[in-house]
Design a protein around this ligand. Structure first.
Ligand SMILES: [Zn+2]
Length: 477
C-alpha cells in the first residue's frame, strides 16, 4: 500500500516597508555595504527601546484579510528566546499566542487550504562564512518578516508548489512584498509526514527552500526517503533537514525544537495592540482584485482562453494594459465584431508588445505606446487598412518615436495600396520574373500562388491588401 503524504507549509516573507520593524533604519534589501543600515536598536545595544512599524502591521493585516483570516482585536508581541550569532538580542521579537491573523484559507484548484495564522516578527542578520572565519552583516536584522503557517492540508509536491506560487502572486497584487525568492524575500519551509492510515506520521521539517522547483524536488525526495525507511521497519526521527542542491537530497541539520524550548514571554517593551474595526475596514478597502477573481472575470468578460488568462494574471501589468486597450476600443465596439477585436489585441499584446518588455519597464513602455495609440493600431488592422507586417513595423516605430500610428503610416508612406493599377504593374513584373511558379500554379499547385503573393507583398513592402493581391494574381495568370 502507498503512503499518503501530509504536508504543511511555513512561509516567511520580508515586507516592503521604508524602515525596519522596530527602528528607523532603512529597509533596503539591495544594500550591498555590510552593516550600513544599522543602529543601536537593531544591533541590540543595552537600554534601547523598540517602536512598532505601523506600515508593517497594516501589510500583515492586509495579507491576512486577502487570505480570508480572522483579524485579532487584541494582538501582542513576544520574545522568542534562542541564541544564534546573527540574532544580537539573543531573542527574536515575534508573536506567540496572539498573532494578528488566524484561521484563514486559500483556494487552490477548487480545494481549500486552511491557514493557521499569519504573524509578524523581525528578520535576523546574515552570516557570511569565509575560509576559517565567519562575518555577520546586520543590514537584514530587524527587517519586518511576516510568517504564514498552513494546516497540513496539502497532499503532493505539485500542490505545495501551486500554493506557494499563488501566495507569491497574491503578495505581489497586494504590494506587500517584492517576494523575490532568489533574494530570500520569500522563504519556504515544508513540514511533511507519511502515513498509511488516518493517524499522522512523524513530522520532518525541511528549511530554507529558495525556489519553487526546489520546494517540489525536496518534497518528492523526502516522500521517497521516508517511505524507504518505513518499508524497512525503521522509525522517522522528528528533525529539521536542509536541502543539498548539488546532491539533490535533504540532509539532517538538527533535532526539532518544541515551542517550550523557545521560552516565549510577552515583550515587555512593546504595548498590547488594540485593532479597532475602522482600522481593519480601511485596510480591507485597499485590497485590489486578487488573482482568482481576476481569472474568473477575464474568462467571463473577454472569453479569453486559459493560457492567455495565465499570462495576464501572472503578468499583472500586461493584463492591465490589455484592459486599458480594450476600454479605448469600447467606444468603437458597436461597429465591430467584439471577439475579433479581443483576439487581435491579445495577439499583438502577447507577442510584439510583450517582446518590447526586455527593452523597457511597463511604465516606460506605456508612455511610449499609449493604450489609446495601441487601440488605434488595432482598429487599423481590424479594418484591414494595414497588413500585419506593416502593423509590426508601425509598433516598433511607435516604441521608438512615441508617435501615433496614423502619423507614422503617413510619414513613412506605409498606407495601404488601393490603386489596383499600381498593384497590377507590380504583379506583371513578379509574373515575368517567376515563370516556373506560374507554370506550377497552372498545374494545380496552390502553394505556388502563395509564393507569388508573398513576392508581391514583399515588393510593395507589405502595403498591398492581401486579398486584392490574390484576386489580381488569379485573374492575371
Ligand atoms: Zn536600526
Amino acid at each position: 500500500m502507498e503512503y499518503k503524504p501530509t504536508i504543511g507549509l511555513e512561509i516567511h516573507i520580508e515586507l516592503k516597508t521604508d524602515s525596519k520593524m522596530f527602528c528607523s533604519c532603512k529597509n533596503d534589501p539591495d544594500e550591498k555595504r555590510a552593516n550600513f543600515n544599522i543602529c543601536p536598536i537593531c544591533t541590540a545595544q543595552p537600554g534601547v527601546l523598540p517602536v512598532i512599524n505601523k506600515e508593517a502591521v497594516r501589510k500583515t493585516i492586509k495579507t491576512g484579510l486577502a487570505l480570508n483570516c480572522n483579524i485579532a482585536e487584541i494582538s501582542k508581541f513576544d520574545r522568542k528566546s534562542y541564541f544564534y550569532p546573527d540574532l544580537p538580542k539573543g531573542y527574536q521579537i515575534s508573536q506567540y499566542d496572539k498573532p494578528f491573523c488566524k484561521q484563514g484559507f486559500l483556494g487552490i484548484n477548487n480545494k481549500k487550504i486552511r491557514i493557521t495564522r499569519v504573524h509578524l516578527e523581525e528578520d535576523t542578520g546574515r552570516l557570511i562564512h569565509e575560509k576559517d572565519s565567519s562575518l555577520v552583516d546586520f543590514n537584514r536584522a530587524g527587517i519586518p518578516l511576516m510568517e504564514m503557517v498552513t494546516e497540513p492540508d496539502l497532499t503532493s509536491s505539485k500542490e505545495a508548489r501551486g500554493f506557494a506560487q499563488e501566495l507569491k502572486l497574491i503578495l505581489k497584487y497586494l504590494g506587500v512584498s517584492y517576494a523575490d525568492m532568489e533574494k530570500g524575500q520569500l522563504r519556504v519551509e515544508v513540514n511533511i509526514s507519511l502515513s498509511k492510515d488516518k493517524k499522522m506520521g512523524t513530522k520532518v521539517e525541511i528549511k530554507n527552500l529558495n525556489s519553487f522547483k526546489i520546494v517540489e524536488q525536496a518534497i518528492d525526495y523526502e516522500i521517497e526517503r521516508q517511505a524507504e525507511l518505513l518499508d524497512g521497519g525503521k522509525k522517522i526521527i522528528q528533525e529539521t533537514r536542509g536541502w543539498d542542491e548539488k546532491k539533490g537530497i535533504t540532509v539532517s541539520q538538527r533535532e526539532k525544537e518544541e515551542a517550550h524550548d523557545y521560552r516565549y514571554l510577552p515583550e515587555p517593551d512593546l504595548p498590547t495592540l488594540h485593532l479597532d474595526k475602522k482600522f481593519v475596514q480601511d485596510i480591507q478597502g485597499e485590497i485590489p482584485e486578487l488573482p482568482q477573481a481576476k481569472r474568473i472575470r477575464l474568462a467571463y468578460e473577454y472569453k479569453l482562453d486559459e493560457n492567455v488568462i495565465k499570462i495576464f494574471t501572472s503578468n499583472k501589468d500586461l493584463g492591465e494594459y490589455f484592459e486599458k486597450v480594450m476600454s479605448e476600443l469600447s467606444n468603437w465596439l458597436k461597429e465591430a465584431d467584439y471577439q475579433k477585436l479581443v483576439k487581435l489585441a491579445v495577439n499583438y499584446i502577447t507577442t510584439d508588445f510583450w517582446s518590447l518588455f526586455g527593452k523597457a519597464s511597463i511604465e516606460e513602455l506605456e508612455s511610449r505606446i499609449t493604450p489609446e495609440n495601441f487601440a488605434e493600431l488595432i482598429k487599423m488592422i481590424y479594418k484591414q487598412e494595414i497588413s500585419s507586417r506593416i502593423a509590426k513595423q508601425v509598433l516598433k516605430e511607435m516604441f521608438e518615436t512615441k508617435a501615433d500610428p496614423s502619423h507614422i503610416i503617413k510619414e513613412k508612406g506605409l498606407t495601404q495600396l488601393t490603386d489596383t493599377g499600381e498593384i497590377e504593374d507590380i504583379i506583371k513584373q513578379i509574373i515575368s520574373k517567376n515563370q516556373k511558379a506560374v507554370e506550377d500554379y497552372k498545374k494545380g499547385k496552390e502553394n505556388a500562388l502563395q509564393f507569388l503573393a508573398g513576392q508581391v507583398m514583399a515588393a510593395t513592402r507589405g502595403r498591398a491588401k492581401p486579398d486584392i493581391v490574390q484576386q489580381l494574381l488569379k485573374k492575371m495568370i
